[in-house]
Design a protein around this ligand. Structure first.
Ligand SMILES: *Cc1c(COP(=O)(O)O)cnc(C)c1O
Length: 370
């Protein structure tokens, strides 16, 4: 598929990904895991992982073993960690490929160890501590006894211990420091007992920037890899660059007379003779079915009018009379002097930038700028 033939597509700037990984290396002064779960936050898992490793990332983080297997089958060469739960019936795939997995319950650990023993290959594990997220993990008080017990099993290599923050993107709150204190206690006791694993890690993107003591041996950066801000209260330094541009084209441009309805249910009626454009972007592409959307045409911001359809939506083009069929329309990214950020779109949709990036449909092709 050629961009010239596309009516709707994403352009992913891998130079921005490489820049962002270099920024993370410089800031953290430790090892960097590029978190590329969920198809690289919608940017493309393999392409992002390859660029991240080129720039110096030594790990990639995934949510599920299926994702890690796909990445392992590519030419990307780095350590892989599955941060979610892996079904024991699937674990031989991780063992055979030396994919690291998270461990946080006895029953799974026992089943993993049995499979590793049967295969005669050790499984690399990272023990997850729940220091306050209330999601996956062993409570801090039980962390050290659990790790001692894991050492009695044959077949497991305890390579890491980690935790995850619930509110690192709200640096004015005490929550992250409290979580860090609980996690540090576990790490200290492990150190004193000679049980400290090689890889201690805790920081997501926000914590990497706002909590230097959370950096340990490795940081796990998702949203910052893509140049997206963790939150309004935890902005990235302006040396980071967003990597995603979302484009479509005008597929029709025509004047509608005054009083003419636009799109399903006629939620928009022209108030005078108006120039209305159609574009090939709809809710089935991940462009949400809400009023109040906007786009750039010839560098000018124009409103989406009427209901967003499955494959199309309409633009009010009175401010760009030169618009014609085939012209590029930008939904996210720069055009001329204006830029629509993912954060702005998230605000309009009542959600967060993470949700916008991961929300684009599989049918939208991705093109990569090396
Ligand atoms: C998704 C995820 C991350 C990355 O978080 P960002 O806020 O995108 O940096 C890190 N660690 C875990 C366990 C995750 O699930």
């Amino acid at each position: 598929m050629d961009i010239d033939n596309c009516t709707s597509w994403l352009e992913i700037d891998l130079r921005a990904i490489r820049n962002n990984i270099q920024q993370l290396l410089q800031i953290s002064k430790t090892n960097v895991m590029a978190v590329v779960k969920a198809n690289g936050y919608g940017h493309g898992m393999e392409q992002v992982a390859r660029a991240a490793v080129q720039a110096g990332a030594t790990w990639c983080g995934l949510a599920r073993l299926e994702e890690a297997i796909q990445l392992h089958q590519s030419d990307v060469n780095c350590n892989l960690l599955v941060m979610g739960h892996t079904r024991p019936s699937f674990i031989q795939e991780a063992i055979a490929r030396q994919i690291h997995v998270a461990v946080f319950d006895e029953q799974s650990a026992q089943a993993y160890a049995a499979q590793a023993q049967a295969m005669g290959i050790p499984l690399h594990i990272h023990v997850k501590i729940d220091s306050g997220m209330g999601r996956l993990g062993i409570f801090p008080e039980e962390g050290v006894p659990f790790i001692r017990w894991l050492h009695t099993l044959t077949g497991l290599e305890i390579d890491g211990v980690f935790t995850h923050f619930a509110r690192a993107d709200e640096p004015s709150l005490p929550t992250t420091d409290q979580q860090l204190d609980r996690f540090c206690k576990v790490v200290q006791t492990l150190e004193q007992s000679g049980l400290r694993p090689k890889w201690v890690h805790a920081a997501n993107s926000a914590a990497t920037i706002y909590y230097p003591r959370a950096r340990f041996d490795l940081i796990r950066a998702g949203v910052a890899t893509y140049g997206l801000h963790p939150s309004k209260d935890a902005m990235l330094p302006d040396t980071f660059r967003p990597a995603m541009t979302w484009k479509t084209r005008l597929t029709s441009v025509k004047h509608l007379p005054a009083g003419h309805g636009v799109s399903y249910t006629h939620r928009y009626i022209t108030s005078k003779r108006e120039l209305i454009g159609a574009t090939a972007i709809g809710y089935a592409d991940g462009f949400r079915r809400r009023l109040g959307n906007f786009a750039l045409v010839h560098g000018k911001r124009v409103p989406v009018v009427g209901t967003v359809c499955m494959d199309q939506c309409m633009l009010q083009l009175d401010s760009v009379p030169e618009a014609k069929v085939g012209d590029e329309v930008v939904l996210i990214g720069q055009q001329g002097d204006d830029r629509i950020t993912i954060e702005e779109v998230a605000e309009a949709w009542g959600t967060i930038n993470y949700d916008v990036g991961t929300g684009q449909a599989a049918r939208v092709p991705r093109f990569y700028i090396e």
